[in-house]
Write a protein that binds this ligand. Structure first.
Ligand SMILES: [Zn+2]
Length: 252
């Protein structure tokens, strides 16, 4: 292991041979403040690992008291702590931000869980605050909507479809995952005619929402565009008849 003292003095630009040796206790004039300070500095440098370990043990043993004291002092004078924190941050911004990013990356799962837990605990307040904010900033909301539609067209379509059902009083909702599962279950074939629907399909309510059907995935089927337009809001029975008629016409 390289010698800590030699490295230290060399970065100072001084000769290692002169400064490398620690000041011995016997050669220190204990009445000279500068010499005492130098002795203490060298002592700390030499025993840094042991001292750090000791401090960690001491901190763990006294943690609750220390934190309580800190909280008390902070409550008594919140501005002092804030201005100190601001000064520290301003003086060492790059390093602090890098450390924060490193910590966030290492603790990602825990952070997400904590955020989720917070959102759930404050669900109603957050919804109220969001509603109020949206009411106060219509222009920003409009801009957000336009940008988000352009960026997540699929998400927007799903939102619109669920909204359509909701305003018609249908119970239930579904996600993109539900649709993907449905496509797998139907083997990417139209539920009406068996056409390949990998390129394009429509999401259909087996029992139409306007006829009391729910908006849960169990009431959904994927149809080709053609089947969807012939089915419209027909019940499964009526649609079966209609399909038979269309096929009979095709045969003629
Ligand atoms: Zn079809």
């Amino acid at each position: 292991m390289p010698d800590q003292r030699i490295r230290q003095t060399r970065t100072d630009g001084t000769s290692p041979s002169k400064e490398a040796k620690p000041r011995s206790a016997s050669r220190t004039n204990w009445n000279d403040k500068a010499q005492v300070a130098e002795y203490q500095r060298q002592y700390r440098r030499l025993h840094i690992e042991r001292l750090t370990a000791q401090r960690a043990i001491w901190y763990r043993a006294n943690r609750d008291t220390l934190l309580a004291n800190e909280q008390k002092a902070h409550a008594a004078n919140p501005e002092i702590k804030r201005s100190r924190a601001r000064a520290v941050y301003a003086s060492d911004k790059e390093r602090i931000l890098a450390n924060n990013r490193k910590w966030a990356a290492a603790n990602r799962t825990a952070i997400l869980a904590k955020k989720k837990e917070y959102r759930e605990r404050h669900k109603e307040e957050l919804a109220e605050a969001k509603k109020a904010w949206r009411a106060e900033h219509p222009a920003l909301v409009y801009g957000q909507t336009v940008r988000s539609r352009a960026r997540y067209p699929e998400k927007h379509r799903i939102y619109k479809a669920n909204h359509y059902a909701r305003v018609r009083g249908a119970e239930g909702h579904w996600t993109l995952e539900d649709i993907k599962a449905l496509a797998r279950a139907q083997k990417d074939l139209c539920a009406g005619c068996g056409e390949d629907i990998r390129d394009s399909f429509t999401i259909d309510h087996v029992i139409a929402v306007t006829k009391g059907g729910s908006n849960w995935p169990t009431n959904l089927q994927l149809l080709c565009n053609c089947c969807n337009s012939t089915k419209n809001n027909a019940t499964p029975e009526v649609w079966t008849l209609r399909k038979a008629q269309i096929n009979a016409k095709k045969v003629k």
